[in-house]
Design a protein around this ligand. Structure first.
Ligand SMILES: Nc1nc2c(c(=O)[nH]1)N[C@H]1C(S)=C(S)[C@@H](COP(=O)(O)OP(=O)(O)OC[C@H]3O[C@@H](n4cnc5c(=O)[nH]c(N)nc54)[C@H](O)[C@@H]3O)O[C@H]1N2
Ligand SMILES: Nc1nc2c(c(=O)[nH]1)N[C@H]1C(S)=C(S)[C@@H](COP(=O)(O)OP(=O)(O)OC[C@H]3O[C@@H](n4cnc5c(=O)[nH]c(N)nc54)[C@H](O)[C@@H]3O)O[C@H]1N2
Ligand code: SF4
Ligand SMILES: [Mo]
Length: 735
């Protein structure tokens, strides 16, 4: 029998412990299930996490590939690495900024750290970022603003103790199922409740005690309306605000009239009051992409933190809890040298820069002065500053906004893609480096509550693939010899970056592979081998004995990593949506996740075409439009499939109803979709899953100027009848 290997699920940032087992004679995973011995999940796991790990749908990469004209052809490792280093090396002759590096929250800590060291310390490029900026950057910026440090203060331990659970712009029933189970359990208690703020009646809203629907993008206005009512109804925690915060008087002076702000958000005053009242009890306020992915993302996340600060919701059983998405987004925040140096060391601080350069053995002048313009800005720089791109564990031609432009620009660059699967981005590569993935490689990952846990190989690696860390080391060998001492090995690399975090707010220098072996999982801050992190923002908290329970703070004991030592209220004001609806584009497109698919769908191939959900009223109005002649055709058979008998294409839905097709048209592209009327979607909104590679052709490249996070959640579209050729293509694909 092969061994049952304890490891960590890499399908979302809940960070469940798994046990995995390889089949007797082949590569791959035969058994994947929750690990009863893991402290995070005690055996729980979700169906998607298990099935995508054990039986991914995509096309595996099994050999290095290189471009010959229009084709990607199999090649040897030697040739692939040679060509990759020649292409990157030629660009580097013009300076470090000529090479861009794109990383991911789906890498181990070890690979993410090594990639950052190569990008910043080896190449010296400012054009380095990761898909985590498409995801968590607004939350990160807001946490720094408020606490001078980037870490969600709450942990899973707080969930049972909270009485109010507010889920704002997130859908954990679909995206974080095991965590949502704990939330639901807690909310089911006497005197406890679950409130959901989302324009869509999501899977989470469907089981909530109360759903507050709002206008897409109305979040900042709503949060300010709620704060105004908290003030008016005397629910401010004056003692906490006085002792532990700054900036409240300024914010209070500028608060809008609650009724005006509520109206702007499209929310009734009774819902505003319900939220204000709920905050009086110990509240966990969770948020996700509905907040972060906006030009107002940092301001809106800051306004949610303000609600917690004003009501003193920072004690055990409460706090602002940003729901991290990818399995190791949190780890990339600590170790990848993306927006801060390892250990959250500030990017511009000369002392930290000197320490990092010294530890890496590189001249400090090589480190870039600023962290760069974000992924959208990096793509913009191709052809200008940037000539070559190295992309690891990310699929930018599908995952980034305004994807047509991303494809056009990447076409111009020398592109090295390192992936486990044949993603859409692979098709644009000059060299493809096939990487091992979870189940095949060794390392660690860090979940959304800062818990570090081992990722282990349960199966042999096919001979044609190599671990990310090895590949990063092999490119470094050819381009920046001596950057890594020897062939980088996971444990030594872990020790290297853990040492760099010593004495920082994100100190995990007390964690080692041996300790992880013994304890399974350790939460940082962990500055000593016998210490694990509890609460971070009051005295006595950081150096908790791993076994001790969390002490209650006293009013004087609060301490934040800000200059004043106090938590800061925010002052953000709303920017208008970058693309409001108008007569030509009367609907708001929003894009979000389905329970059964993941990100750009590389492991979970989406139906063809993607299914757009619209409200029944919108569907009826659209059907009326279709009655009228479309495309100058006589019968308006626009929804028919172009087959001779004019029958509509059946879509396998249980009611046997024929599918309706349509085009979703934005200012940038038009995409064929099948249409599903769904009462969960408000009138005026078109909902598309993010899991289909066409969807981001529609979205717009505007970003939050503070965080560089794209405004994925709203753009203006219209619905048009499908053109005959769309319908024919769909019919052919579905035969
Ligand atoms: N099943 C599944 N799970 C996943 C993933 C996956 O692809 N599939 N991906 C993982 C990753 S990388 C991430 S980042 C997380 C993301 O997890 P979530 O943040 O939960 O992700 P989304 O579904 O993108 O968006 C959440 C909600 O925001 C709402 N929303 C849209 N516009 C607005 C708005 O203007 N205001 C408000 N308040 N809400 C709005 C949507 O209706 C949706 O219900 O999930 C992780 N887990
Ligand atoms: N419209 C719209 N767009 C969005 C979002 C949205 O809500 N709406 N959400 C955004 C968010 S939150 C995110 S996180 C991004 C994700 O954006 P992307 O990174 O572009 O998309 P993924 O599908 O997660 O791609 C991850 C890639 O990593 C590869 N991979 C997985 N494991 C490994 C490994 O161990 N090694 C290597 N080398 N490769 C590996 C996978 O095969 C896959 O190709 O999408 C963003 N895009
Ligand atoms: S909840 Fe997340 S970490 Fe846990 S099994 Fe599911 S996908 Fe994996
Ligand atoms: Mo994400």
């Amino acid at each position: 029998m092969t061994e049952l290997v304890p490891t960590t699920c890499m399908r979302c940032a809940v960070g469940c412990g798994h046990v995995q087992q390889a089949p007797e004679r082949e590569y791959g995973l035969e058994t994947v299930r929750g690990d009863p011995g893991h402290p995070v999940n005690q055996g729980l796991a979700c169906q998607r996490g298990v099935s995508e790990t054990a039986h991914p749908d995509g096309e595996w990469l099994t050999r290095p590939l290189e471009r010959k004209g229009d084709d990607l052809v199999p090649t040897t490792w030697e040739s692939a690495l040679q060509r990759a280093s020649e292409g990157l090396g030629t660009a580097l002759e013009d300076g470090g900024d000529s090479v861009a590096v794109l990383g991911s929250g789906q890498q181990t800590n070890e690979a993410a750290y090594a990639l950052g060291k190569l990008a910043r310390g080896g190449f010296g490029t400012r054009y380095y970022d990761a898909n985590t900026t498409l995801c968590m950057a607004s939350a990160v910026t807001a946490y720094y603003d408020a606490f001078g440090s980037d870490a969600p203060p709450p942990t899973y331990d707080d969930i049972p103790d909270a009485e109010t659970h507010v889920v704002w712009g997130a859908n954990p029933a679909a995206a974080h199922p095991v965590m949502f189970r704990w939330i639901r359990q807690s909310a089911a208690g006497d005197d406890s409740e679950l409130l959901v703020v989302d324009p869509v009646h999501s899977e989470t809203a469907a089981v909530a005690d109360h759903h507050v629907p709002l206008e897409p993008g109305g979040d900042l206005a709503l949060a300010r309306a709620v704060l105004a009512r908290v003030v008016e109804t005397d629910r401010i925690d004056e003692a906490f605000v006085d002792d532990a915060t700054i900036g409240f008087d300024d914010l209070r002076a500028e608060l809008p009239d609650a009724a005006d702000a509520a109206e702007m958000a499209g929310v009734s005053m009774s819902d505003v009051d319900r939220l204000a009242a709920a905050l009086a009890d110990p509240t966990l306020l969770y948020w996700g992409m509905g907040i972060n992915q906006s030009v107002n993302g940092t301001a809106a996340a800051g306004a949610l933190i303000d609600l917690c600060l004003a009501t003193g919701n920072l004690r055990p059983g409460s706090g602002p809890f940003s729901l991290t998405g990818q399995a190791n987004s949190m780890g990339t925040r600590v170790c990848s040298s993306k927006g801060s140096w390892p250990g959250h060391r500030p990017f511009a601080d000369p002392d930290h820069r000197r320490d990092v350069a010294e530890a890496w053995g590189v001249p400090v002048s090589r480190l870039p002065d600023d962290p760069g313009p974000g992924p959208v800005g990096i793509v913009d720089a191709i052809g200008d500053d940037v000539d070559a791109v190295y992309a690891v564990a990310t699929n930018p031609v599908a995952g980034m906004p305004d994807a047509t432009r991303v494809r056009e620009n990447l076409e111009e660059a020398f592109l090295v893609v390192q992936d486990a699967f044949r993603s859409e981005t692979v098709e644009y590569a000059d060299v493809v480096l096939p990487a091992a993935t979870w189940g095949e490689s060794e390392g660690t990952t860090t979940n959304m509550e800062r818990t570090v846990s081992r990722v282990r190989a349960a199966t042999e690696m096919p001979s044609g693939v190599r671990p990310d860390l090895t590949l990063i080391g092999q490119l470094a060998d050819r381009l920046v010899p001596d950057l890594f001492d020897d062939r980088p090995e996971p444990e030594a690399i872990f020790d290297e970056f853990a040492a760099l975090t010593a004495g920082t707010p994100a100190d995990l220098s007390g964690i080692s592979y041996d300790r992880l072996e013994a304890e399974r999982a350790v939460r940082w801050p962990a500055p000593e081998p016998d210490v694990a992190g509890g609460y971070r923002y009051y005295e006595g908290d950081e150096a908790d004995d791993a076994a001790a329970s969390t002490p209650e703070p006293t009013d004087e004991s609060w301490s934040f990593y800000t200059r004043s030592g106090r938590a800061r209220f925010s002052s953000g004001t709303a920017r208008p949506l970058p693309e409001p609806t108008d007569e030509s584009y009367p609907f708001t497109l929003t894009t979000a996740r389905r329970p059964d698919a993941y990100n750009t769908g590389v492991r979970t191939r989406e139906d063809e075409p993607p299914t757009a959900r619209i409200s029944p009223a919108t569907a009826a109005a659209f059907a009326d439009d279709l009655e009228a002649p479309a495309d100058g055709r006589e019968d308006g058979a626009a929804v028919a499939d172009g087959r001779e008998n004019g029958a509509a294409v059946a879509d396998g839905r249980e009611d046997g109803a024929a599918a309706q097709y349509a085009r979703v048209v934005s200012r940038r592209a038009s995409v064929t979709v099948s249409v599903e009327p769904d009462a969960a979607i408000p009138d005026g909104v078109v909902w598309l899953p993010i899991h289909h590679p066409d969807v981001n052709d529609l979205t717009l490249p505007d970003v939050d100027p503070r965080s560089n996070e794209p405004n994925f959640k709203q753009c203006a579209v219209r619905l048009e009848p499908p053109q005959e050729r769309d319908v024919r293509a769909v019919a052919e694909a579905s035969v």
